[in-house]
Design a binder for this molecule. Structure first.
Ligand code: NAD
Length: 297
């Protein structure tokens, strides 16, 4: 196999020393992660290969065993395995422990540690823009696969206050849990709110420094929707961050720009930086971020 076919200038041939990293999820063939990591390995001349494996909950125990058996360096983990993988690991880092979810495994001589890099990616994407939200107030909508690590990492890194809004659906219990964990295990103060209470939502937005939408409203099939339709609910000196990256500009972002908000972001930075963090954990090296950003986006 030859990595030259994934549009890179370098021609790295795999050989007997190549180190394998996986991505275990189902479905998974659509993922951009193999392109991201294999091009970064090639650019830095690292003898690693990153491959997708279609792994559901049933195949998961044997797949995790295979990480040890095959002496793989690790794996990314995505749905439906992010929570189910925990009993098969030896250790969890702080964020994975708080989220009770794992998206990255590192294998150190048979000891498997689970990490969650989505929240790290979110925080790093703000730092990339020169923005520091420590000591500030966040309003967050969503308590699922994206909202949970964002809330936990923000709390770990020193965000002072998090007002978490959710609808009363099957993720409401997650929201209850997230607020409890943040208040018990971090220095941040979290409050739980019903998104249905629009007056409360408007009030909390008026006093926040950053609003993050981690609901997926704004992407298919809800691409014409936004949880904030009135630009007067925003103020100029805040950050508005949508975790959606397709489309690149969501309705929410359009409303924020209409309001003259200084800093408006989609989820591309978070997506890229969660990969950068995993890459560092596996290889100890910094991903060539700008090279990969230009290649992918
Ligand atoms: P999820 O299903 O785990 O959670 C969705 C959350 O949104 C829940 O809290 C749910 O209650 C809420 N929600 C659902 N429909 C809603 C509605 N109509 N109105 C209000 N709230 C609603 O999903 P997820 O995995 O957390 O993904 C959420 C979004 O984040 C998706 O758009 C996904 O593409 C994006 N995402 C981005 C990144 C990134 O790196 N940028 C990473 C993961 C997810």
């Amino acid at each position: 196999m030859d990595l030259n076919n994934i549009h890179t200038g370098k021609n790295i041939s795999l050989n007997g020393h190549t180190i394998l990293i996986g991505l275990m999820a189902d479905p998974i063939r659509h993922s951009m992660s193999p392109t991201m990591h294999n091009n970064a390995f090639a650019k830095l001349g690292l003898n690693y290969a990153y491959l997708c494996f279609e792994i559901d909950n049933q195949k998961l125990p044997k797949a995790i065993d295979a990480i040890r058996t095959l002496d793989m360096r690790g794996s990314n983990i995505s749905m439906p395995n992010k929570q189910k993988v925990i009993p098969y690991l030896d250790r969890l880092d702080e964020s994975a422990e708080l989220c009770q979810a794992v998206n990255t495994i590192v294998n150190d001589h048979g000891i498997l540690t689970g990490y969650t890099t989505d929240g790290i990616g979110f925080m790093q994407s703000l730092k990339d823009e020169g923005l520091d939200i420590t000591g500030q107030k966040m309003v967050l909508t969503g308590a699922g696969g994206a909202g949970t690590p964002i809330a936990m990492q923000a709390a770990i890194e020193g965000v002072k206050e998090i007002a978490l809004f959710n609808i009363e659906d099957d993720k409401w219990e997650n929201a209850v849990r997230n607020v409890k964990i943040i208040n018990e295990k971090t220095g941040a103060h979290a409050t739980l709110h019903h998104l249905e209470d629009q007056a409360d939502f408007k009030k909390e937005l008026a006093s926040c420094d950053i609003y993050v939408d981690a609901t997926g409203v704004g992407m298919k099939p809800l691409e014409d929707m936004t949880l904030v339709a009135d630009p007067t609910w925003f103020h100029q000196d805040m950050i508005v961050y949508d975790t959606v990256y397709a489309p690149r500009e969501t309705k929410l972002m359009q409303v924020a720009k209409q309001a003259g908000v200084d800093h408006v972001f989609n989820g591309l930075g978070m997506m890229l930086e969660q990969g950068v963090a995993a890459f560092k954990l596996w290889t100890g090296q910094d991903m060539p971020v700008e090279y990969i950003r230009n290649l992918l986006f």
